[in-house]
Design a protein around this ligand. Structure first.
Ligand code: C2E
Ligand code: CA
Ligand code: CA
Length: 704
């Protein structure tokens, strides 16, 4: 501002004397040091502040230039600037900042402005106004220093940090550049911040950063970032509002938690998955079922759980190396998995048990087809190390009722159904009724009724003739139990599995054996027998494993006083029972042979016994399971199996009995194949003992 204008400005208001008073007052009281200097730096006039400041040198004040008091480092610079005014290069100088020695001996920072008034004839000097700016300057330096410190801190921090303004990154420290995979900040500036956030987390990030963008605080958030080479980075990020280069921006502090996240995820995964097959484990499965039950409460959808158990896996596993067993389990898990939709959960409960959750299941018929599909998925053998393994599973299927809320209930029902499938001969499925809870209760009721029935003498022995096809004559009988209840005859199919489960089968078996022996003794008297008449009694799996079975049978046989020339006792043990522990079985069978009791392998063909064992089992005959006889004459597979069994039996010198023969066609085919012993409705159903007596007495050929 031109001082003359100032003068002009006040000219009209103050009188000359007023002006003089005012100027002398200002000169006395202003803290600024005002001085009129000659061109060579000598003081011509000075304000009071100047006089005070320079009072020690007042004697030389007007004769010697004041420049001596300037800090030596600043002096030449100041002189050079000042000369611009004296040389009349410029009219106004400054402000020039330099250090000046105070009367107290300390360095002050001052700011001087100088005006060339030499052209004004009344003054003809240079006016210098000097102001102490020490404290202001200190503040500025301090700020610069702290900013520098801060910048260094950010710059060197191992924690990635960045600044964005208007959603564009304007600064990133080296750690941040490294994390994002950018070579320089210029590289990063092409991107919006949000581009670096995983698409799935963008909404979350936008929301979380809303307050910061408006200058407020935010809580740190966990989001996934994307590096420039598309790697996912799990990060904890916080934004802090700052002023950057004079404008509002946001400083980001990022913590890379990818490792901890991955470790955590891996641990979580491990806790919820079966390490062998990678399938969910029990904990996860139960959780999924629980969720489904809760969800379906609202929608009224049913939840279906299937439980599949590999048949006789223990035998497979024990007879092979563990790694082969593992491979088989993996193979089975893949077959099962392939039967279901991706949204269904297939889990492994450990061992050889797999469970499946079908959410949103359809109707009951489709449940059956689900079971079918599951069982058929293992029709093809599982190949491990180029070796085929024929595996089958038994499946239990349970459905939630409207009231099912507890996952374990439905799983337990599926388990019960699976056990039933095993009882009914394996490689099949059983669907548990919707009201399965009451079905289980019904099972308990049936069990106690059976218990009472046994003690009340409600069991009956029926006998089915075993016939020589050439002559049509009965050469023996099989004893089959019946339960005579008030409302009618109960079939063994309903109560034998239950008796097996509960252990009642031991009592039933013993009763049956005693009954058969008693009748056999009676039959001995009826006729002149040339060949021993065979009386067969079934031994259940549980009974077979009962300690003391051999002794019990021995006592009973001896007690019966049967004539070995007239009667032969045959025990029927299923192939599956024998194969459960073949070596143990051989020991038991030998003991029976030693007391003159023969063995027949029952339900042959359903238990996959190996030829090696068959050779070692001391048995008299094998009974081809009814399921293979049914297909004779029309099913190629059944024909092949029956043919093979008969051949094997001939090779091993065993008798073959075909079970469940119902038709002429089946009988003719069996004769052709060389099977001479027949049992089935074709000749006779199982009948009460007195009717059997008639057959024995008449000794006439049986036939349709
Ligand atoms: P199993 O030992 O295989 O007995 C043969 C089954 O086939 C009997 O059923 C018999 O009635 C039936 N059968 C015979 N010929 C034919 C035929 O031509 N067509 C059809 N459809 N069926 C035929 P049952 O008596 O109902 O016995 C079923 C199963 O219950 C038996 O199968 C056996 O495993 C068990 N069982 C029966 N009685 C006893 C027993 O006293 N003790 C033990 N442990 N189990 C028994
Ligand atoms: Ca039998
Ligand atoms: Ca049988």
């Amino acid at each position: 501002m031109d001082p003359r204008n100032d003068m002009a400005h006040i000219e009209g208001r103050l009188t000359y004397s007023q002006k003089a008073v005012l100027w002398s007052f200002i000169a006395k009281n202003t803290p600024d040091m005002i001085a009129l200097l000659s061109g060579d730096g000598k003081v011509l006039w000075a304000s009071s502040a100047s006089v005070n400041f320079f009072k020690e040198v007042l004697d030389t004040f007007t004769t010697k230039p004041v420049f001596d008091r300037i800090h030596p480092d600043d002096r030449s610079r100041v002189l050079k600037e000042f000369s611009k005014v004296t040389e009349q290069e410029i009219n106004v100088l400054g402000p020039v900042i330099f250090r000046l020695l105070s009367p107290e001996g300390t360095w002050l920072t001052v700011e001087t402005t100088a005006y060339d008034l030499t052209k004004n004839p009344e003054i003809n000097a240079i006016l210098a106004i000097t102001r102490d700016v020490t404290s202001r300057q200190e503040a500025i330096t301090e700020l610069a220093e702290s900013e520098g410190r801060y910048r260094r801190l950010v710059e060197r921090s191992p924690e990635p940090m960045a600044v964005y303004k208007n959603s564009t990154i304007v600064y990133a420290n080296p750690s941040a550049l490294r994390l994002i995979g950018a070579s320089s900040i210029e590289h990063l500036k092409q991107y919006k911040v949000i581009d670096l956030v995983h698409p799935d987390d963008r909404e979350l990030a936008n929301k979380a950063f809303e307050p910061v963008d408006q200058g407020n605080d935010m809580h740190p958030i966990e989001i996934r970032l994307l590096s420039l080479d598309a790697q996912v980075i799990h990060a904890e990020v916080i934004g802090i509002p700052i002023i950057y280069d004079g404008e509002p921006g946001v400083q980001l502090v990022i913590r890379d938690i990818t490792d901890t996240k991955q470790v955590k995820a891996a641990l979580e995964y491990q806790a919820l998955h079966d390490p062998l097959t990678g399938l969910p484990n029990r904990a996860l499965f139960v959780d999924r079922v629980t969720q489904a039950l809760i969800r379906n409460q609202k929608t009224n959808n049913r939840v279906v759980v299937l439980l599949a158990d590999i048949d006789r896996f223990k035998i497979v596993n024990d007879s092979l190396s563990h790694s082969v067993g593992d491979q088989i389990l993996i193979g089975v898990s893949q077959r099962i998995r392939s039967c279901f939709r991706p949204s269904d959960t297939v889990a492994r409960f450990g061992g050889d048990e797999f469970v499946i959750l079908c959410d949103e299941a359809d109707d009951l018929t489709s449940l059956g087809s689900l079971g079918d599909r599951l069982i058929k998925s293992l029709d093809e053998p599982i190949v491990v190390n180029n070796e085929p393994f024929h595996i089958s599973i038994s499946v239990g299927i349970a459905e939630s009722s409207a009231h099912t809320l507890i996952a374990d209930d439905i799983i337990r029902n599926a388990d019960a159904a699976m056990n039933r499938a095993k009882d009914r001969g394996r490689r099949r499925y059983v669907i548990m009724d919707e009201t399965s809870g009451s079905e289980i209760a019904g099972r308990l009721q049936l069990e106690s009724a059976l218990r009472q029935g046994i003690s009340k003498g409600e069991l009956r022995a029926h006998f089915q003739p075993v016939v020589e096809s050439m002559t049509g004559r009965a050469i023996g009988v099989e004893a089959l139990v019946r339960w005579q209840r008030e409302h009618g005859l109960e079939s063994p199919a309903t109560f034998i599995p239950l008796a097996e489960d509960s252990g009642l089968i031991v009592a039933i078996g013993n009763w049956m054996l005693a009954e058969a022996l008693k009748h056999a003794k009676e039959w001995e008297e009826l006729e002149d027998i040339t060949k021993p008449f065979k009386v067969s009694v079934n031994i259940s799996p549980r009974q077979f494993l009962e300690p003391g079975l051999v002794e019990t049978v021995k006592d009973m046989v001896e007690g019966s006083k049967l004539d070995p020339t007239k009667t032969r006792l045959v025990l029927e043990v299923t192939e599956t029972t024998l194969m459960a522990d073949p070596d143990e079985a051989i020991t038991i069978l030998k003991a029976f042979n030693d007391m003159g009791v023969s063995i027949a392998i029952d339900d042959f063909g359903t238990g996959y016994s190996s030829f090696t064992y068959l050779k070692r089992f001391p048995v008299e005959s094998i009974k081809i399971d009814r399921s293979f006889i049914m297909g004779l004459g029309n099913d190629k597979d059944d024909e092949a199996i029956v043919t093979a069994v008969i051949q094997v039996a001939n090779t091993l010198n065993l008798d073959v009995i075909a079970e469940g023969v119902e038709t002429d066609q089946q009988l003719e085919r069996l004769k052709e194949l060389g099977c001479t012993t027949i049992q089935g409705f074709y000749y006779s159903k199982p009948i009460p003992s007195d009717t059997i007596e008639d057959i024995i007495v008449s000794d006439l050929p049986l036939g349709n």
